[in-house]
Design a protein. Structure first.
Length: 261
């Protein structure tokens, strides 16, 4: 299963990272970090459609992105149109990097999500150091104990947490954390099939105060109208934006469509 492979590769990457900067040093850097986080929750919890624009170079299901826009131009468009930015930092399967994250951080005032397969506190300390405002916790790869520990550590460091779920059991676990931001991944991480009805099915479990995000599979105008009906607060959009010549215009259009339905 690809998810297991990604996690195993991440464990190897962590060994390399800790050899360069130790856990003790990374923790110290995070605690000393003076940058004040921008609230991811507040950026998304507002009337209308909130959009998290993603930056990624590849994905296991799609392969390399047909990236038509330079990073700086893309972020300029995002700054003018979306509400937050997600940046992949997973190296082996998404061709991500903390260097890309740091580059974007320099040119965007928007709240930023470090999107990775977080399995170790080291990654949370590192997220703070590189300027993340929010981290992703994937319920499918974490125990309840790990989720609670990582969730509390992120908030202790002043960051928000987007808890990602895919089914009813994972949604119950996220709600048990009192998670303020929950994302439903419409892509099955085991076989990579996509079904927007997963968002519809799980929407019935989400309390009103939770920021409810639908992730993956948004590709056309009709998807926006459908997801509005599911009561989402926001969308995390990756591939379509990465392969659009003008992702900013697409974001603006989808926000208008959301308001019309």
């Amino acid at each position: 299963m690809i998810l297991d492979v990604i996690v195993e590769d991440k464990k190897k990457r962590l060994i390399q990272a800790k050899n360069k900067i130790s856990m003790e040093e990374m923790k110290k850097l995070a605690i000393q970090c003076e940058r004040e986080s921008v609230s991811f929750y507040q950026a998304l919890k507002k009337p209308g459609l909130s959009i998290i624009g993603e930056f990624k170079k590849a994905s296991p299901s799609h392969g390399k992105m047909d990236n038509k826009v330079e990073l700086t131009d893309r972020i300029d468009q995002y700054n003018a149109s979306v509400d937050a930015i997600s940046c992949l930092t997973e190296e082996d399967h998404f061709l991500g990097s903390v260097d890309y994250f740091k580059e974007i951080r320099k040119i965007s005032p928007l709240p930023m999500l470090r999107k990775d397969f977080i399995i170790d506190p080291y990654q949370i300390f590192e997220a703070k150091v590189i300027g993340a405002d929010c981290i992703l916790l994937i319920a499918a790869i974490l125990t309840d104990r790990e989720m609670k520990l990582f969730y509390e550590l992120a908030y202790d460091l002043g960051m928000d947490v987007l808890v990602e779920v895919h089914d009813e059991e994972e949604m119950k676990r996220a709600l048990g954390l009192d998670a303020g931001i929950i994302g439903v991944n419409n892509r099955n991480l085991k076989d990579f099939t996509i079904d927007l009805h997963i968002t519809e099915k799980l929407s019935k479990m989400v309390p009103e105060e939770v920021v409810f995000i639908s992730e993956s599979g948004v590709a056309k105008d009709e998807d926006i109208a459908f997801l509005k009906g599911c009561g989402v607060d926001g969308l995390l959009i990756g591939t379509v934006f990465m392969e659009a010549q003008k992702p900013g215009e697409l974001a603006d259009k989808w926000k208008r469509i959301f308001l019309q339905h």
